[in-house]
Ligand binder design. Structure first.
Ligand SMILES: [Zn+2]
Length: 139
């Protein structure tokens, strides 16, 4: 499978932090300058709060304050590209630099036809077979 490089930048620290452990790379969308607004599925009016990164999946975590209050889990968001798509079978995969993410056409958000190399974002869930992309949308 084709490997997609995710755009990383290293955090810069002032000189007084010299000698501390080097910071881990942070996906671009987790950085302060990034303007992506992620909204909750259950609470469309609520803006999700950035809550760190998942290095294993190469995803960014968001918390909905309302869902959090109800004990619902946080959301993992992936930024990647469609690495394969089988139109006749209605599914494909997203590559975000982590484990591959399966998606089904029923999880596409909006009307579009995926193609290999298409830049997308999606919410990521996991089941016994691996990672699954939900609300896949073009970016
Ligand atoms: Zn919510």
């Amino acid at each position: 499978m084709r490997q997609i490089k995710v755009d990383y930048q290293r955090q810069r620290f002032p000189a007084r932090n010299h000698g501390q452990r080097e910071a881990r790379p942070v996906p671009r969308q987790a950085q302060p300058g990034h303007r992506q607004t992620v909204r909750c599925v259950q609470h469309p009016g609520v803006r999700m709060v950035l809550a760190g990164t998942n290095h294993e999946w190469n995803t960014v975590r968001y918390i909905c304050p309302m869902c959090s209050a109800m004990g619902m889990p946080l959301v993992e968001m992936a930024t990647g590209v469609v690495s394969s798509y089988f139109a006749d079978r209605g599914y494909g995969f997203v590559d975000n630099g982590g484990p591959r993410i399966f998606f089904h056409i029923s999880d596409l958000q909006g009307r579009f036809t995926p193609y290999v190399g298409m830049p997308v974002t999606c919410r990521v869930e996991q089941n016994e077979r691996g990672l699954i992309g939900r609300q896949v949308q073009a970016r």
